[in-house]
Design a protein around this ligand. Structure first.
Ligand SMILES: NC(=O)c1ccc[n+]([C@@H]2O[C@H](COP(=O)([O-])OP(=O)(O)OC[C@H]3O[C@@H](n4cnc5c(N)ncnc54)[C@H](O)[C@@H]3O)[C@@H](O)[C@H]2O)c1
Length: 257
């Protein structure tokens, strides 16, 4: 998969791949680098991130690691400036960083600091990131933004703050897609089902919960980070050049229930 806009030379493509320390972000960073993207991998967990970047470099890829809190506008400014300095431009943004909430918690149990924290990271983070990259994408004649939402951003199952944060991100995606199509900037959301990553270990490590989860997935397996990474790669690449504002659901069929 190559950036056709770039004379077939994918090495000119730069990617600002927000969050890449483990789970889906790490897999996306590695897959993008293997396709020739120059990856700026960012996360609050810097040590894990460095390991991912080392692996990318050992496999001949090009990437840098930056410690970055997605809730900080100053951090976003620094990340975008560094990306442009290192790799000349930013034409891809993957808003992947996120935290979950307790699924057993009803809205009455949900305290305000928890609500604020989940909304800050999962919805305000992407809002700040999108604002930070738009000027750079306009400069280079376009770009692709991929927001990692969730099935919980569509169907309301789970924690109220998490649902609200991911539902908000789903509509933020469509708003920016409508306003920035004229600049050849595409914006899409990805909605993973249950993916085996550190985020959901607390659920899947329990045998009973794991079996209950599997019973809700028609394909009867949990998703893997690479299942999501391929979808993100498609939306980031020129192969999806006529695709904007969509919701790509990757969930083994869970939404059918
Ligand atoms: N795993 C699933 O089943 C699942 C399902 C649907 C959606 N998602 C979404 O997929 C995305 C990736 O999650 P994952 O499953 O790989 O989980 P993960 O816990 O492995 O990854 C989340 C990452 O976000 C980083 N992060 C948290 N707060 C941050 C902040 N303020 N600034 C920068 N980085 C921060 C963490 O350090 C961590 O590396 C998340 O947005 C999550 O909500 C996951």
């Amino acid at each position: 998969m190559v950036g056709r806009d770039f004379d077939g030379t994918i090495s000119k493509q730069s990617s600002n791949n927000n969050r890449g320390a483990s789970g889906q972000g790490a897999e996306e960073a590695k897959l993008f680098a293997s396709e020739g993207a120059k990856v700026v991998a960012t996360d609050v967990q810097f040590e894990l991130l460095e390991d991912v970047v080392k692996e990318i470099k050992a496999n001949g890829g090009d990437a840098i690691a930056i410690k970055h809190n997605v809730t900080s506008a100053d951090d976003w400014k620094m990340v975008v400036e560094t990306a442009v300095k290192e790799f000349e431009k930013v034409d891809i943004l993957v808003n992947n960083a996120g935290i979950t909430g307790l699924i057993t918690q009803t809205i009455e149990d949900l305290d305000e600091p928890t609500w604020d924290k989940i909304l800050d990271i999962n919805t305000k983070g992407p809002y700040l990131g999108i604002k930070a990259v738009l000027p750079e994408m306009k400069k280079v004649g376009g770009g692709s933004i991929v927001n990692i939402s969730s099935l919980s951003g569509i169907n309301g199952v789970g924690n109220a703050a998490y649902n609200s944060s991911k539902g908000g991100l789903r509509l933020l995606t469509k708003n920016v897609a409508l306003d920035y199509g004229k600049y050849n900037i595409r914006v899409n959301s990805v909605h993973p089902g249950t993916i085996e990553t550190p985020m959901i270990e607390m659920f899947t490590s329990n045998k009973e919960v794991r079996e209950m989860t599997l019973a809700g997935i028609p394909l009867n397996v949990l998703g893997q980070s690479l299942d999501i990474a391929y979808g993100v790669l498609y939306l980031a690449s020129d192969e999806s050049k006529f695709v904007t504002g969509i919701e790509l659901i990757i969930d083994g069929g869970s939404i059918l229930h």
